[in-house]
Design a protein around this ligand. Structure first.
Ligand code: C2O
Ligand code: CU
Length: 541
């Protein structure tokens, strides 16, 4: 592969959206941030200089970074923040990924505006496993907040309530023409009749899963999370925060303007969720006053979401084989809960004067003050515990309508990590629970790996029967899997990447409430299976 290096400056820059101007955190003054174009096998160095007033770190979402968690980025997990005036160089190693990924800030809620696409092209001399598209079009969806996004989450944590909703969702930085003052900037995907385009779709939104469609056009999904899938024809996609999809669309309708539109799925009910771009044919014709609008599923349409998501199958070809563990050393079951805890002050905004919280296996993650990677590498005591439970410590009918009253009792706060032996074959079953009535999907994301999604279903996972229906032939590879509302999903992977890897819900508010943990994969016996030594410079805590 090739080596490239880039210089990125973190700075605050004025942007005008929704009729008002405010400063946002950016890289090089851009929103969305700069796109990275690489080939499989390349290595990038990104030199980051922080000229803003916030601490920041950057994460390369979906890049496995073999043996190199030092450049993975989550704040206080693999590094201490790059403070105002400081700098850090990330070394980003592209090993086996191919397709669309993204990068984003990984400190507080700074990823709201600090993110951008990563396009990983096939190695020189190899091609896509589908006909070469005529051109590619990024479709980066994000959240726009009129207020300061860091304050929004700090206020929510202080009062125990829901964080304020975003004021708009955006496509390539633009809310689109359904929002006030947004028409002139609306993103236009300009296409030639008869040509096929590769949409590089990224859900960088803070808290909403999205349905997306192009009016009158069929979409063919060919990749997801940097891995190829068997081509999937569909009239819409559903994509969770954290996920990326490679989608082919052929401009084969009568030349005109069509809406490319997206709206939230199963978010809290609010009206501000439809974001638009224009899919606009080149040529001379009378552009319609109102372009055709796609048939997007309703925000409550669980069937539309499930039907789409459960169709994914890995390409599993000779050039792109899969390597799913057929048997596993241990099945780890992790319950995912939204819940409430006692109010710290006298009045809190959660249900019945409580504070909202969340947990994995009843542990609400506490972010340490020194990064876990350094503590692990140097053997520092007292930063984390290695007793993350491998079974739910509190067993109940997880997806029943009524949750036992004493549920809250065993909830604990802690920095507990899950330790895995090098090269062990791992299965994790994520089990959703209905502790708070507003059951939501949880897009669970693991750093350092792609995993195979071998099964999913509604209700409670059944140890006896459910594994019998696993797909071990062509399960899709992902780095972020949506755990269905009132249901479960099972993933498998080989713990072959030594290091410290964050695992969390990619809904930012759930993560802030504690729906996070860390996976430590031990070193192997040979030099090539050990964690790399740290870079010569690390940011002090
Ligand atoms: Cu997309 Cu922990 O990140
Ligand atoms: Cu969640």
């Amino acid at each position: 592969g090739n080596n490239y290096s880039y210089d990125w400056i973190v700075k605050e820059t004025n942007f005008t959206r929704l009729c008002s101007t405010k400063k946002i955190l950016t890289i090089n003054g851009m929103f969305p941030g700069p796109a990275l174009h690489v080939h499989k096998g390349d290595t990038l160095v990104v030199n980051v200089q922080n000229d803003a007033n916030y601490n920041i770190t950057l994460h390369w979402h979906g890049v496995k970074q073999p043996r190199n968690p030092w450049s993975d980025g989550p704040e206080y997990i693999t590094q201490c923040p790059i403070k105002p005036g400081a700098n850090f160089s990330y070394e980003i190693i592209f090993s086996s990924e191919e397709g669309t990924l993204w990068w984003h800030a990984h400190s507080d809620w700074s990823r709201a505006t600090v993110h951008g696409p990563i396009f990983v092209y096939p190695k020189a001399g190899t091609t896509y496993p589908f006909p070469e598209p005529y051109a590619e079009l990024p479709v980066v969806m994000a959240s726009w907040n009129k207020g300061d996004v860091m304050e929004i989450i700090q206020d929510a944590l202080a009062t125990g309530g829901e964080p304020n909703q975003s004021d708009a969702l955006t496509i390539n930085g633009q809310p689109g023409d359904l929002y006030p003052c947004s028409k002139p900037g609306t993103f236009k995907a300009v296409v030639d009749y008869g040509k096929t385009y590769l949409l590089r779709v990224i859900n960088a939104i803070l808290n909403e899963e999205m349905f997306l469609a192009v009016a009158n056009h069929t979409l063919t999904v060919v990749g997801m999370d940097g891995a190829y899938i068997k081509p999937l024809e569909t009239s819409y996609i559903m994509i969770t925060p954290g996920q990326t999809m490679d989608v082919l669309v052929t401009a084969n309708q009568s030349p005109s303007h069509y809406y490319l539109a997206a709206r939230a799925y199963a978010g809290l009910v609010y009206d501000n969720t439809t974001t638009t771009a224009i899919f606009q044919y080149n040529g001379s014709y009378n552009a319609p006053e109102n372009p055709a609008f796609p048939n997007l599923p309703n925000y409550t349409d669980i069937d539309a979401a499930t039907n789409f998501t459960t169709q994914f199958k890995a390409l599993a070809s000779e050039e792109h084989p899969i390597d799913v563990p057929i048997s596993v050393d241990k099945r780890i079951i992790i319950t995912i809960s939204l819940n409430t805890i006692a109010c710290a002050s006298n009045s809190c905004d959660g249900p019945n004067n409580s504070s909202l919280a969340s947990s994995l296996n009843n542990i609400s993650f506490v972010t340490p003050e020194i990064d876990i990677l350094q503590a692990y590498y140097r053997g520092l005591e007292g930063v984390y515990d290695t007793d993350f439970p491998r079974e739910p410590p509190y067993v109940f009918n997880y997806t029943a309508d009524v949750v036992p009253d004493d549920y809250l009792t065993p909830e604990i706060n802690g920095t507990k990590v899950l330790v895995l032996k090098h090269n062990s074959s791992v299965e994790i079953v994520f089990q959703g629970t209905n502790v708070l009535a507003s059951a939501e999907n949880h897009p669970m994301h693991l750093h350092g790996f792609n995993f195979y999604v071998v099964g999913s279903g509604f209700g409670n996972f059944d140890n006896e029967t459910d594994p019998k229906s696993y797909n071990l032939v062509d399960p899709p590879e992902m780095n972020t899997v949506g755990i269905p509302t009132s249901g479960w999903a099972a993933i498998r992977f080989k713990a072959d990447n030594p290091g410290v890897w964050f695992m969390h819900c990619h809904l930012e508010k759930h993560a802030s409430w504690g729906m996070e943990t860390v996976v430590i994969v031990r070193n192997g016996k040979t030099e090539a299976t050990r964690l790399r030594p740290p870079p010569s410079y690390l940011n002090p805590c």
